[in-house]
Design a protein around this ligand. Structure first.
Ligand code: ZN
Length: 335
């Protein structure tokens, strides 16, 4: 069993957790500041899990990994866990660099493809309209109007073909069986990989050791209830033995999966109670956001705070604890 307290590998290097299982890390110019990549020895090369975001130095770091950390062997398959830029960003580059196929859950692939193409002015106008209906101030609307499409900035064109992986599949990687489990809430069909033989779970962003994964609602599906999906999928992960070593996409490997699932659930229960208690008078989404995030003022983090707050509001509405008063700017109040 690898030592879970081992320090993270510096950028451009890989740490060997077990023979044939290596851990590399890519820096990110946005929080959480890094993403972990996993390399599983497989046939004539490596199956890589996730690609990192397309940033100024990312391809150079990949070339450094290829030159010094992969025993001179190619990436023969790239598995991307979900559609977020820090995971799928360089998938197109990696697949082309090695001629490797892209393995991805279908919903994640389709979302990544569509968001990469959705770059016209209509997309920005839609974001601004969403923020206006949230009751956001004019300076935030102006910030959004000038920002343009974020996704395409950190993601190179997504490959035009892929191989679907789905929950319940078993992948044979390097002579071992890895079971695919999919989770929702942070992303709609995020892939996690469990190897019972090794007692390891590659958890992607579904379960993280220190930060709680972002669960948010945006302009595409404003009535979505991803928090229900998220908590349900986490509960399904309780079927995995508690002593399993978890390899998350952000932070360090850890044990204590079941405790972590419990503390993430408790965190959201507390956030829901706080929000419900703050909505005894009608609140816009922007006002409700100030209840959960009283210190978030910067426009960048505000977008995440709005998304996370709407996920909690929608959960409370579906649960019958709040109701939504529709109008030009909807308001939320105790049901
Ligand atoms: Zn991530």
């Amino acid at each position: 069993m690898p030592d879970p307290s081992a320090p993270p590998p510096p950028p451009g290097t890989a740490a060997e957790l077990l023979p044939g299982l290596r851990w590399a890390r890519m820096p990110l110019p946005f929080p959480p500041r890094h993403v972990n990549l996993w390399f599983l020895r497989d046939g004539e090369g490596w199956l890589a899990v996730d690609a990192g975001a397309s940033t100024a130095d990312a391809t150079a770091l990949w070339e450094q990994l290829a030159a010094t950390e992969l025993d001179g062997l190619p990436v023969t398959r790239l598995l991307v866990t979900h559609f977020h830029p820090d995971h799928v960003g360089l998938a197109g580059w990696v697949c082309e660099r090695w001629g490797a196929p892209l393995l991805m859950p279908r919903t994640e692939y389709l979302l990544a493809r569509f968001l990469r193409l959705d770059t016209d002015a209509g997309m920005t106008a839609h974001q601004v309209d969403f923020a206006r209906r949230a009751g956001c101030p004019e300076d935030y609307l102006a910030f959004l109007a000038n920002r343009g499409p974020l996704f395409a900035r950190a993601v190179v064109p997504v490959p035009r073909a892929f191989t679907r992986i789905a929950g319940g599949d078993t992948l044979r990687i390097g002579g071992r069986d890895w079971r695919v489990l999919t989770g929702g809430g942070h992303a709609p069909e995020m892939a996690c990989l469990h190897c019972p033989e090794l007692g390891m779970l590659i958890s992607a962003d579904q379960i993280l050791p220190r930060i709680t994964p972002y669960v948010g609602v945006g302009a595409t599906e404003p009535l979505a209830d991803p928090l229900a999906d998220f908590l349900r999928s986490n509960d399904r992960l309780r079927a995995i033995p508690p002593e399993t070593l978890v390899l998350p996409s952000h932070g360090e490997p850890f044990t204590g999966l079941h405790e972590r699932i419990g503390s993430i659930a408790a965190h959201h229960a507390e956030r829901l109670d706080t929000l419900a208690a703050g909505c005894t008078a009608p609140r816009t989404l922007f006002e409700a956001t100030a209840i959960l995030f009283p210190r978030v003022l910067e426009p960048g983090p505000l977008g995440f705070a709005l998304g996370e707050t709407l996920a909690h509001l929608n959960r409370l509405v579906v649960d019958g604890r709040l109701r939504r008063e529709d109008g030009e700017v909807p308001r939320y109040i105790t049901a």
